[in-house]
Design a protein around this ligand. Sequence first.
Ligand code: NAD
Ligand code: LMR
Length: 342
Amino acid sequence: PLQATNTQRPVPKLRSAKHHAPQAAAFKVAVLGAAGGIGQPLGLLLKMSPLISDLHLYDIANVKGVAADLSHCNTPANVADFTGPAELGNCLKDMDVVVIPAGVPRKPGMTRDDLFNINASIVKALVEAVADNCPEAFIHIISNPVNSTVPIAAEVLKQKGFYDPKKLFGVTTLDVVRANTFVAQKKQLRLIDVDVPVVGGHAGITILPLLSKAKPFVGFTDQEVEALTVRIQNAGTEVVEAKAGAGSATLSMAYAAARFVESSLRALDGDSEVYECAFVQSELTELPFFASRIKLGKRGVQAVISDDLQGLTEYEAKALEALKPELKASIEKGIAFVQNQK
Ligand code: NAD
Ligand code: LMR
């Protein structure tokens, strides 16, 4: 089970129609970048979901083999492969959720922003195709730098006349997964009990775990707060360095992305208690996009949870102010990228 924040339902909800036996939910999910380091394990985790009837895998190469391989698992989702831009439209038709991990990953010594030049164009082209073929779908952006690729996606959708801010998400679930893991280890808590909201963005100091809001309530010394915060902020780099040139987090990311898809599908299926953190259009701060806890509903973001920013510790309040200039610049860079191409 891919536990979602505050929603620890072990069994997926079944759709039931009057006078009919309950049927498993039948949602359609596409993964763009499906042959990559994240795409492959994400495909496997999604193939295991009883909520998915159709799993569409798209990449510019090597996706046929991935789809053939996954299709032999005796789980319900039908798997189909799509290669290259000529097949992208067919891949996207009728999708409920589109997950985008397409693009290049970091190597040691790089920042996520160093990926902008390549990944901005990839995300722009893919989101244009989403607008043309399934404008109602939830869009989950994984490609880095998330702080810029989400504003890029928003601008593209605006230009196409299909921007619904409630359905565009930067996937920051991995930050929460890491925070939960590190806090549970540090405080010897049961993993299933731990829930740490992580706000801001998804790069370096813009990743701000709110340890004072961690559940269950545990006291941290100042040193513990500093050490945990820095570790959570640098966890992506920890993996990049350990992989020594072979890429960045793929397996934990696939796990986190699958959890966010599952939460989205449960919300689409009518579950009214689904909460996750995500980087979304937001009025919580003066920044136009901000990661925070959100409540998910059938139409996407049903509510942005504002409580988490109330009553911050001095350390958190300072860190929040400190992250704003960098996050603002990354957001503006993304917006300018699309606007300058008009
Ligand atoms: P990867 O290189 O292993 O895989 C990327 C895949 O994208 C490849 O299969 C490639 O063929 C494909 N691709 C490239 N251009 C494409 C296009 N135009 N259309 C469709 N597919 C295309 O990389 P990865 O390790 O899977 O990482 C992918 C991205 O996810 C990177 O940008 C990485 O920084 C990011 N990432 C984000 C998070 C997060 O928390 N949001 C976590 C980990 C990685
Ligand atoms: C992560 O947090 O693991 C990803 O954003 C990949 C990276 O470049 O660190």
